[in-house]
Write a protein that binds this ligand. Structure first.
Ligand code: IMP
Length: 427
C-alpha cells in the first residue's frame, strides 16, 4: 500500500506546506480532505513563494493530480482567485479535481462568522472569519449547498432562497445587521459555476482508482490535532477533523487503504487564536522564536503565540492519529538558543499530569514541567544528512522520539525544498 496521511500534530502552522510539497514529488495524487481557506500553506520553489489556501500544494508539480475532497468547504471566489494566481505564474491547474460533494462557503457564512465573533466578545474563538464554522454548521444541519447543487441552476436557486429566508432573519433580527439579496448572490455564484464546472469530479472514485492501481496518494491535512473539533481544545477549535481519521471521511476512502500517518511537528509550539497553551512563552525567548521563525499567519497575518515543544501534546497526537512517522520542522529556528526546553508533563494542583486533559479549566491551570537540553549553537540551515547535525541537535531529536513514541523520519532545516533531511522513506 502506498498512501500516506500527513497531519499537523500541534495547533496548526507546523510547516505542513513544505513537507507536503516535498513528499508530493514522490506522490501521484495529492488530496485535501478538510477545512477550507482558513488554512495557509507557504511553499518556496526556487526564488518564487506561493501561498496556497485551498488547492493542494502538489499543484506546483506539473504531473500530479490534485484533489479537493468532499470534506473541504469551498469558497468559490477564493478558489478561482487561487486558480488565476497560479495560472498567472505559469502553473497549469488542469490537473485539479474538486469533489461534487464538497460544501460551499456562502457570503452569509462569512458574515455570520464575523458578527458571531463580535457577539462573543471576550469569549471569542479568534476564528479566521472565513465562514468555515458557519459552513460546517449548515452541512451538519443538512441545509448546506454543495458544489453539485451549484452546477444545477434551478436547484441552487431553490436552496439559496430557502437558506436566505432563515439567514436574513437571523442577521436582521438577532444580529441587527443587513442581510443578502437572492439576486445578488445568484448572479455572483452562477458566474463562478461555469468556471468551476470543468474541475468538478467524483473525487472518491478518482482517489480509490489511483490507490487500486498502486499509485502513491498523499492526503494533506490542514490545521492540527488540537484544532480538531472532537480531539482538540474545544471550543477553541476549527469545525472539521484535522486528525488522520478525517482523511477517510473527507476523501471517501476506507481506513484499510491508509498505510502511513506522518505527523508534522514543529521544533517548538505556536498557536493563533484564543485558548490555553501551557508551554507558551511571554518573554524575549518567545519573541525571538516568533521573529526567527517568522511566526505570522499566512491567512490573517496575525502574530502567533510561541512556546516550547510540548511532549504531552505530541504523545496525545501520536495516540489519536496513529502517527508512525514524524516530520520535524523548523529545527534551524532554535539554532541560537543556549538551552532548549521540552515540556514533559503538567503540574495541576500539586499533581503531575502526563496525559492531555480534556477540561479547558484544568488545562488553563496546568503549569509545564520542563526538561532542559543544551542548545547546539550552530547554523543548521546547510545540513543535508543526519550526520551533518551536531550532537546536541541529534539528542533533541532522540528525546522527541522517546517522549512521543514515534520515529522522526524527516527533518526540515529551512523553508527551501533542498533544506530537508530524509531519514526514512514515506512511500
Ligand atoms: P476557524 O477555522 O476560522 O473557524 O478558526 C477556529 C480556530 O482555528 C482559530 O483559533 C483559528 O486561529 C484556528 N485556525 C484555523 N485555521 C488555522 C490554520 O490553518 N492554522 C492555525 N490555526 C488555524
Amino acid at each position: 500500500m502506498t498512501t500516506a496521511v500527513l497531519i499537523g500534530a500541534q495547533w496548526g502552522d507546523e510547516g505542513k506546506g513544505k513537507i507536503t510539497d516535498y513528499l508530493a514529488e514522490q506522490a501521484d495524487v495529492v488530496v485535501r480532505y478538510q477545512g477550507g481557506n482558513n488554512a495557509g500553506h507557504t511553499v518556496i520553489v526556487g526564488e518564487e513563494e506561493f501561498k496556497l489556501h485551498l488547492i493542494p500544494s502538489g499543484i506546483l508539480y506539473a504531473d500530479k493530480i490534485c484533489v479537493i475532497g468532499n470534506g473541504v468547504v469551498v469558497d468559490p471566489q477564493v478558489l478561482l482567485q487561487e486558480i488565476e494566481h497560479l495560472e498567472a505564474k505559469g502553473i497549469n491547474t488542469s490537473n485539479l479535481r474538486i469533489s461534487s460533494q464538497a460544501h460551499l462557503i456562502m457570503p452569509y457564512h462569512k458574515k455570520i462568522d464575523e458578527v458571531e465573533e463580535e457577539r462573543r466578545g471576550a469569549a471569542k474563538i479568534g476564528t479566521t472569519k472565513r465562514g468555515i464554522g458557519p459552513a460546517y454548521m449548515d452541512k451538519f444541519a443538512r441545509v448546506g449547498i454543495r458544489i453539485i447543487d451549484l452546477l444545477d441552476k434551478e436547484e441552487f436557486e431553490k436552496l439559496l432562497e430557502r437558506n436566505l429566508q432563515e439567514k436574513n432573519h437571523l442577521l436582521n433580527k438577532v444580529y441587527q445587521t443587513e442581510g443578502f439579496s437572492t439576486e445578488e448572490i445568484l448572479a455572483e455564484y452562477l458566474s463562478y459555476a461555469e468556471k468551476i464546472r470543468p474541475y468538478v469530479a467524483d473525487s472518491s472514485f478518482i482517489i480509490n482508482e489511483a490507490i487500486n492501481a498502486g499509485k502513491h496518494v498523499l492526503f494533506e491535512g490542514a490545521q492540527g490535532t488540537l484544532l480538531d473539533v472532537d480531539h482538540g481544545t474545544y471550543p477553541y477549535v476549527t469545525s472539521s477533523y484535522p486528525v488522520a481519521g478525517g482523511a477517510c471521511i473527507g476523501a471517501g476512502v476506507g481506513p484499510t487503504k491508509i498505510s502511513k500517518v506522518v505527523g508534522v511537528v514543529k521544533a517548538y509550539t505556536s498557536r493563533v487564536g484564543e485558548g490555553p497553551f501551557p508551554s507558551e512563552l511571554f518573554d524575549e525567548t518567545g519573541a525571538l522564536i516568533r521573529d526567527i521563525g517568522k511566526e505570522y499567519g499566512t491567512t490573517t497575518g496575525r502574530a502567533r503565540r510561541c512556546g516550547w515543544l510540548d511532549a504531552v501534546i505530541l504523545k496525545y497526537s501520536v495516540r489519536v492519529s496513529g502517527i508512525d512517522a514524524i516530520a520535524l520542522t523548523k529545527l534551524d529556528v532554535l539554532d541560537t538558543l543556549d538551552t532548549i526546553k521540552i515540556c514533559t508533563g503538567y503540574e495541576y494542583e500539586g499533581q503531575k499530569i502526563t496525559e492531555f486533559p480534556h477540561s479547558l479549566k484544568v488545562l488553563a491551570k496546568c503549569k509545564p514541567i520542563y526538561e532542559e537540553l543544551p542548545g547546539w549553537k550552530q547554523d543548521l540551515s546547510s545540513a543535508r544528512r543526519y550526520e551533518d547535525l551536531p550532537v546536541n541537535a541529534r539528542n533533541y531529536i532522540k528525546r522527541i522520539e522517546e517522549l512521543s513514541g514515534a520515529k522522526v523520519a524527516i527533518i526540515a532545516v529551512g523553508p527551501k525544498r533542498t533544506q530537508t533531511i530524509m531519514l526514512e522513506p514515506i512511500f
